[in-house]
Design a protein around this ligand. Structure first.
Ligand code: HSE
Length: 429
């Protein structure tokens, strides 16, 4: 039986899981793949730490994986920037297949990595980069090959979804919920990427690039995180029959695509509203297949290991029969990313206003002048005239430029006591 050698770079949470499950499920994999997958070298920072990996496999120099003729598949799980890029490009040059979960690196250097992959005709697989154990990369790359992808809406950061769930269901504060997610091992080494939307944006770039055949520049993606969300917003959203989720929105238009990540009010009745905790879910709509939905654990050792091992299996297959699609297939149908100002949506706006005659008239006047329509108003009854009260407006479809201009003017009114808070609304129509 053929045997393929794996070089594992990084033995953190995910790397250790990959080693464990490759070992535990060895005979299952052998039976399914018809070959042996053998870890032959493991690069770690500190060889003295016991991680259940035989000492003789360990090295502190990841670059050793490149020149070992017994390593055919390089699995990059270091999660670094320069060092990971050097390792991946070095592996490609030596015609070793690369498997990675490094979403930040792909989002920022995807073009460079795949230019090298095509030059050297070496596949790069990256299922673990998006949505943990959900096979969304393979689905978009292969399952939906017959489709123009019309839209992708996804909850693709487990940590922020965990935080929002705990804030909504347990009334927990932001910091406490984040600490729980960190303790469970879901958060990034730098958890600011989870809460500021950066991690979801990296994943959105990867999904959009795969779906639309060009590497979407990171700077074209509009990103807003969950740090500014308050219990008040969660509570008003509930009253209005919405849930707040950090969503990635990817859509095709005739004049370009949109890619954005931000907290979003979605109807409580929509299936994504019931995706809680560390779970991720991605709704993909194609012109042939129609609506589809993927659901599963988006973070954590085991689900992510499952995705990495699936890629290793695919790499083993590619070593036996070379392929044309090397993991990302560029094509020229799209190519432009629309700026946020041009993107149209509905909006939730929360104001702190003085409860006096004429307040609503002034606000409605500005919205009317800018051709922005109000679809509903919610103001809890106040005890005293003159008190500062919350005023929530639901806004009909408008461009981000229109609502931005309106809120600039509204925020300057004397009767408006704090900067307006705006959250986009999605009805998935
Ligand atoms: N920190 C990430 C998340 C891990 O919470 O989704 C998986 O990419």
């Amino acid at each position: 039986m053929q045997s393929f050698g794996i070089g594992l770079a990084g033995l953190g949470n995910v790397g250790a899981g990959v080693f464990k499950h490759l070992t535990q499920n060895r005979s299952l994999l052998r039976g399914r793949l018809g070959c042996e997958l053998e870890v032959r070298k493991v690069a770690v920072r500190d060889v003295s730490r016991d991680r259940g990996v035989p000492r003789e496999l360990l090295t502190t120099n990841a670059m050793e994986l490149l020149d070992d003729p017994n390593v055919h598949i390089v699995v990059e799980l270091m999660g670094q920037k320069e060092e990971s890029l050097r390792l991946m490009l070095g592996a490609i040059e030596r015609k070793k297949i690369v498997v990675t979960g490094n979403k930040a690196l792909l989002a920022e250097h995807g073009k460079e990595i795949f230019d090298a992959a095509y030059e050297h005709k070496v596949p790069v697989f990256f299922e673990a980069a998006v949505a943990g154990g959900i096979p969304i990369i393979k689905a978009i790359r292969e399952g939906f090959v017959a489709n123009h992808i019309q839209s992708i809406h996804g909850i693709i950061n487990g940590t922020s979804n965990y935080i929002l769930t705990r804030m909504t269901e347990a009334g927990m504060g932001f910091a406490e919920a984040l600490a729980e997610a960190q303790a469970a091992g879901y958060a990034e080494a730098d958890p600011s990427l989870d809460v500021n939307g950066g991690d979801a944006a990296h994943k959105a770039v990867i999904l959009a690039s795969l779906a639309y055949g060009f590497w979407v520049p990171m700077e074209k993606v509009f990103v807003e995180g969950v740090e500014q969300l308050t219990a008040n917003d969660i509570c008003f959203a509930e009253k209005l029959h919405y849930r707040i989720k950090l969503l990635a929105h990817i859509k095709a238009h005739t004049d370009g695509i949109e890619v954005r990540v931000h907290p979003t009010l979605i109807p409580k009745s929509h299936v994504l509203a019931s995706v809680n905790g560390v779970f991720n879910a991605i709704a993909v709509k194609g012109d042939v297949v129609g609506d589809t939905l993927f659901y599963g654990r988006g973070a954590g050792q085991d689900p992510t290991s499952s995705a990495v091992i699936a890629d290793i299996a695919e790499a083993a297959d590619a070593l036996v029969s070379p392929r044309r699609n090397l993991g990302f297939m560029p094509h020229g149908l799209y190519g432009v990313c629309k700026p946020i100002d041009e993107i149209v949506s509905e909006f939730y706006v929360r104001l702190s206003v003085e409860d006096r005659p004429g307040t609503i008239a002034q606000i409605a006047g500005i919205l009317g002048e800018l051709n922005v329509g109000i679809s509903s108003i919610l103001q809890p009854e106040s005890e005293d005239e003159g008190a500062t009260v919350p005023l929530v407006l639901m806004i009909h479809k408008a461009s981000n430029a229109q609502i931005g201009a309106a809120l600039d003017r509204i925020g300057k009114l004397v009767c408006v006591k704090r900067p307006p808070r705006m959250i986009r609304v999605e009805h998935f129509d």
